[in-house]
Design a protein. Structure first.
Length: 257
């Protein structure tokens, strides 16, 4: 007589009920204090102390993450060209690190270290204040702010483009501040070979003198920084850095008006 097949085992679907989230320690302590008639004031001070310890631990974790970030994030290349003429006829011509290049450079490192960032913006009286906040997964954060006039964002822009130009400038400036980023100068060391270092032209010297006057910077300060006796002796490889520094000061001077 053939053997009857055994019935298939019944499959039972068990609903997995997620465990209820644990109540915060503070809530449990308060509940215990009420049940045991403990001193609430002392318990509240204890909770405040615990919160301080957590904040300190979060700040330490943030500092550790930022130290590792700056260790892993090298100088960011200056690939964006700035080229315009000021009201006094001085041509501003230099390169800086583009915002998109900065974001692409720091994104993978931020992801590895639990860092994120965001911006907030406020326009008041024709001035835009941009704040970049860097947040760590542990809860600690730090911010950097910059204010610039919308009208002075770029003389070549239309009225519709100026707010966007000021916004981009503020975001780029604050993200560099908040993360402590370093932007790389163009590699010109190998261009000189064994020859005498090239100096700036007379026109470039005149432009530096005029731009310094616009931002109320004494020429003597530039000479000391460049280790020369007159502007005509400034090295061509230093010209871009000086112009960029004066242009940034011009933006800040406009924001303070």
């Amino acid at each position: 007589m053939p053997k009857k097949p055994e019935p298939e085992a019944e499959t039972v679907a068990l609903a997995v009920v997620p465990a209820a989230p644990a109540a915060p320690v503070e809530f449990g302590l308060l509940q215990l204090a009420i049940e045991k008639n403990l001193d609430i004031d002392k318990l509240e001070r204890l909770i405040a102390l615990r919160n301080q310890e957590r904040e300190f631990a979060a700040a330490q974790a943030f500092a550790t993450a930022m130290a590792e970030f700056q260790k892993r994030c090298g100088p960011i290349d200056k690939g964006k060209l700035v080229d315009y003429v000021t009201k006094s006829g001085v041509r501003i011509h230099y390169k800086h690190a583009d915002l998109r290049d900065i974001q692409n450079a720091i994104k993978p490192i931020c992801g590895d270290l639990g860092l994120s960032y965001s911006w907030s913006n406020v326009i008041d009286g024709g001035k835009l204040t941009t704040t970049c906040t860097v947040l760590h997964a542990g809860g600690h954060s730090r911010s950097a702010s910059f204010t610039c006039p919308v009208e002075n964002s770029n003389p070549g822009m239309s009225d519709q483009q100026k707010p966007a130009g000021a916004l981009t400038f503020g975001e780029r400036y604050t993200i560099i501040q908040a993360f402590g980023l370093v932007t790389a100068e163009p590699d010109t060391d190998g261009e000189q070979g064994g020859a005498v270092a090239e100096k700036i032209t007379q026109q470039q010297a005149d432009d530096l003198r005029a731009l310094a006057g616009e931002v109320n910077v004494k020429v003597e300060r530039i000479l000391r920084a460049a280790h020369v006796e007159k502007l005509e002796d400034v090295l061509a490889t230093h010209y871009q850095r000086i112009v960029e520094t004066l242009a940034a000061k011009r933006q800040k001077a406009g924001a303070a008006k």
